[in-house]
Ligand binder design. Structure first.
Ligand code: SF4
Ligand code: SF4
Ligand code: SF4
Length: 204
């Protein structure tokens, strides 16, 4: 992760709360959407583990109060994620069409979207695990679909001693060293740093 990553969570509160009085702040979400779409082409879900304000909020704020339970496997299923994607995007599109192009009303649609998903993320993060929302977030799903195979995590099986430290530290609760399917890896590098034998690395 980047040095700035732990501090980005404050942006979530600024947009979700101050945005109710200053809807123009909602346009920040457009910057987020554009950035994650571009980065996903080259690095999959890298944005989620390094630049997403809500990802930072989930890790470094909710991480202090979470119950740290296992994220239910069903939430990783595209049978759940695609309908959520369609529902969230459809609802946002419907709200945008009803704004008649007014700048503040458009901004408010984004603010309400940010506030609503933040509340859901808090419930899931506190009740289950900090990154539970990130397993089904529409923007995470998009990055998965665009860049699933980009910037993959490589496991050197000759070095791996199966100590499992990588999986204990993974915020997405992935099978870090036992599975090659890691399209939802957010490239946070925590597993890499936790590995005692340096068996993990990212391929550029
Ligand atoms: S899954 Fe969504 S909320 Fe979570 S870090 Fe990625 S873009 Fe942000
Ligand atoms: S932390 Fe490293 S050595 Fe331990 S299981 Fe993971 S990859 Fe293998
Ligand atoms: S596999 Fe490693 S880099 Fe990927 S999300 Fe888990 S801890 Fe982060």
């Amino acid at each position: 992760m980047l040095r700035i990553t732990p501090y980005l969570g404050i942006i979530v509160l600024i947009v979700s709360i101050a945005g109710l009085w200053f809807p123009i702040l909602g346009y920040f979400l457009l910057i987020v959407f554009a950035t994650l779409m571009i980065t996903s082409i080259f690095r999959g879900r890298w944005f989620c583990g390094n630049l997403c304000p809500r990802g930072s909020f989930n890790d470094f704020w909710l991480g202090k109060v979470t119950r740290k339970k296992k994220i239910p496997a069903i939430l990783r299923s595209f049978w759940i994620r695609i309908p959520i994607f369609i529902a969230v995007m459809g609802f946002m599109g419907y709200r945008l069409l009803s704004t008649q192009g007014l700048v503040n009303q458009i901004g408010m649609v984004f603010v309400i979207m940010c506030l609503t998903t933040t509340i859901i993320a808090i419930f899931l993060g506190v009740g289950i695990s900090p990154r539970t929302w990130c397993t089904l977030c529409p923007m995470g799903t998009v990055q998965n679909l665009i860049g699933a195979n980009k910037y993959p995590l490589n496991v050197n099986n000759k070095k791996c001693i199966s100590c499992n430290k990588c999986e204990k530290t993974c915020p997405m609760q992935l099978e870090v060293h036992t599975s090659n399917k890691k399209a939802d890896c957010i490239k946070c590098e925590r597993c890499v740093l936790s590995c005692p034998t340096k068996a993990l690395s990212f391929k550029v």
